[in-house]
Ligand binder design. Structure first.
Ligand code: ATP
Length: 615
């Protein structure tokens, strides 16, 4: 056989496609209810555009005995041609053409923007629930009505029909295992509440005078009352907003409202969850990825006019319009928060303290958030709660001691030292920040780094430059000699000597990193350390700062002075070591077991010297 070429057309297996539409495109069978309501909505909207004073309504009627459910509207209706062209053509709907979504559309894109449909496939979702679908319709400008009758995949029967008023009735003869949609009110009510609450067209179930979709959705109005938004959000989401953020963005067009949830989210790995609507039809109640990661405490409803739904209308397409909406929302949120930082700082502080961990954690990577937090996030300090800007203002470095830094920010990270550090800083203009909660130390470090090269963060401990001179007013501090350092070795503390208040022999300073390391070692002894925990610890120590407790011996104290004049094997040296161990333990340090054994040895040695060796 020679070479050959043949042009073949793409082929479509209609019944196969309909089968897929009915089983795999939508994640839930009740999506068909939404699609049919949406078609009625569009028909009513079209008629509203042509007839002044016409309101329109949608009726859903269940016939439990027959296993039938009907969707009725008094909207624009269909002519015989419309029905032939659009009802049975997969992929083309008049709605999409009217909106200019389809390539063959004659209309400029942008007209008819109140209509929801666009793909020309939604009607077929009915075959998820139904084995047969009958559409009866009369177009507003036609005298004759039509009847369109189809079973999934077979030929469609189109015939003339009688109908008094314009509008459309879609009748579904349900598959046996979906008969509940004809029998149970709630099965329909729940779907309607989930998707259609915000539609402006009233929907009535089984002839009831009350509409099923009742939400006013003030937040979609062009100039809504803030109080009304707050009340409606509270009733819709069933929680009290801590702060309401109305959203009216023109480009890209987004409207709605967000609010700060009073629920503390478990961690900042969580995402904000918003209800997204398109032409007021709910697309998703858990839309992710739209709000910035740090805004996980936000909830709300947003109409995203320029975003596109996926074909199943269960999510939004992550395209450039979605990205633009996300960007605009982030900027809107910042503008809002920055505005309340200016106008109502107390309110912002209340929000920050409620969602402290989320804000502080996220501000580590978000510079704009961090600069907002500088003005609003309150750190506990030796002078009470202060924002970073207030801390920096009070932390001017003393030019006599500091050549390299304009500001020195002191911090303590160990809760047990809070009172002790406060007493040391009591007569200082500079506060000491107690960075006690997780992230606060890193947040503080990032804020100091943001303040320029001439701002420094220092640990409030004698090992830090300037601490002894500036804070303790000690200008003679020295390291203990190697012999003495070795003598105190088992305490694992760095020992220094200086002259201070003669009644206080020893000062002890805890180092939180050291203490953490000890806890970690204990854990290790007890068994395997979980990998995640190990990584956390490693990261914590990566910052590479010293990790030792510190002790200052007072050379003004009689006993210390005498002891240090002698050798380390003198009984007085052992007394001194007992004082050091005691000071560390009083401060809350965890000491190695060798130091505790040594304490017993020291006591025995002192007793031997006083009273002679035990016989
Ligand atoms: N109740 C109705 N009244 C008038 N026309 C209707 C009605 N239901 C369907 N149609 C017509 O049938 C077409 C196809 O409907 P279908 O639901 O398949 O697609 P669509 O609504 O256009 O788009 P999508 O797939 O995005 O929902 C519609 O565009 C509309 O012209």
């Amino acid at each position: 056989m020679g070479d050959w070429t043949r042009r073949i057309p793409f082929k479509v297996d209609i019944s196969g496609i309909i089968q897929i539409m009915g089983s795999a495109l939508y994640s839930r069978p009740d999506a068909a209810v939404r699609e049919l309501v949406q078609n009625s909505h569009d028909a009513v909207m079209r008629r509203r555009q042509t007839e002044l004073g016409y309101q329109g309504r949608i009726d859903i009627q269940q016939f439990p005995d027959e296993g039938i459910i009907e969707f009725r509207d008094d909207g624009y209706g269909l002519s015989a041609d419309d029905a032939e062209q659009y009802l049975g053509t997969l992929g083309i709907g008049l709605t999409g053409l009217l909106k200019g979504e389809h390539p063959s559309s004659a209309l400029p894109k942008g007209d008819q923007q109140d209509l929801i449909g666009m793909f020309g496939i939604g009607l077929f979702s009915a075959f998820m629930l139904a084995e047969r679908m009958i559409v009866e319709s009369r177009r507003v400008d036609c005298d004759e009505a039509i009847r369109w009758d189809a079973e999934g995949g077979t030929d469609i029967e189109l015939s003339s029909w009688k109908r008094e008023h314009p509008g459309t009735t879609v009748r579904l003869v349900l598959k046996p295992h979906f008969r509940r949609f004809a029998e149970v009110d709630e099965s329909i009510e729940n779907v309607l509440k989930e998707y259609t609450d915000f539609l402006t067209i009233p929907i009535h179930l089984n002839g009831s005078a009350a509409r099923v979709n009742v939400i006013h959705a003030t937040w979609f109005d062009p100039t809504p009352e803030p109080e009304a938004i707050e009340l409606e959000l509270a009733s819709y989401f069933d929680e009290t907003p801590l702060d309401v953020i109305p959203v009216q963005i023109n480009r890209p067009a987004i409207s709605g409202a967000l609010y700060v949830s009073p629920q503390r989210t478990p961690g900042f790995a969580d995402e904000a969850v918003v209800t997204a609507t398109l032409r007021r039809m709910v697309i998703s109640r858990r839309l992710r990825g739209l709000l910035p990661d740090w805004a996980s405490f936000l909830r709300g409803v947003l109409e995203l006019k320029e975003c596109s739904p996926t074909a199943s209308r269960e999510d939004l397409v992550r395209d450039e319009n979605f990205a633009a909406a996300a960007l605009a929302l982030e900027s809107h949120l910042f503008d809002h928060l920055e505005q309340i930082a200016e106008q109502e700082p107390a309110r912002l502080q209340a929000i920050l303290s409620w969602h402290r961990y989320t804000f502080a954690g996220s501000a580590l990577t978000e510079t704009r958030l961090r600069s907002l937090l500088r003005r609003a996030y309150q750190f506990p300090t030796s002078q009470g709660l202060l924002t970073f800007d207030q801390i920096l203002e009070r932390s001017d470095a003393n030019p006599i001691f500091e050549l390299e830094a304009d500001q020195v920010v002191w911090y303590n990270s160990d809760r047990r030292q809070e009172g002790w550090i406060n007493s040391l800083f009591a007569d200082h203009e500079a506060p000491c920040v107690h960075a006690l909660r997780s992230f606060e130390e890193s947040l503080l470090a990032s804020m100091v780094a943001d303040s320029g090269e001439r701002a420094e963060l220092r640990f409030a401990s004698p090992g830090s430059p300037g601490f002894a001179a500036e804070i303790l007013h000690l200008d003679d501090m020295q390291d203990a000699s190697p012999e003495w350092a070795d003598f105190f070795g088992d305490t694992e503390a760095i020992v220094r000597v200086a002259a201070f208040d003669e009644n206080q022999p020893v000062m002890a300073f805890l180092n939180e990193r050291h203490e953490l390391m000890k806890t970690f070692e204990e854990l290790k002894k007890g068994g395997v350390v979980p990998a995640g925990f190990q990584r956390l610890i490693d990261r914590h120590f990566e910052q590479g700062e010293q990790a030792s407790n510190e002790v200052l011996l007072n050379r003004n104290h009689r006993l210390v002075a005498r002891a240090m004049e002698q050798k380390t094997n003198s009984p007085l040296a052992s007394v001194l070591r007992l004082l050091v161990v005691n000071a560390l333990r009083t401060a809350g340090a965890s000491l190695p077991s060798t130091a505790l054994t040594q304490q017993q040895g020291d006591l025995d040695w002192i007793a031997d010297c006083l009273w002679g060796q035990k016989s």
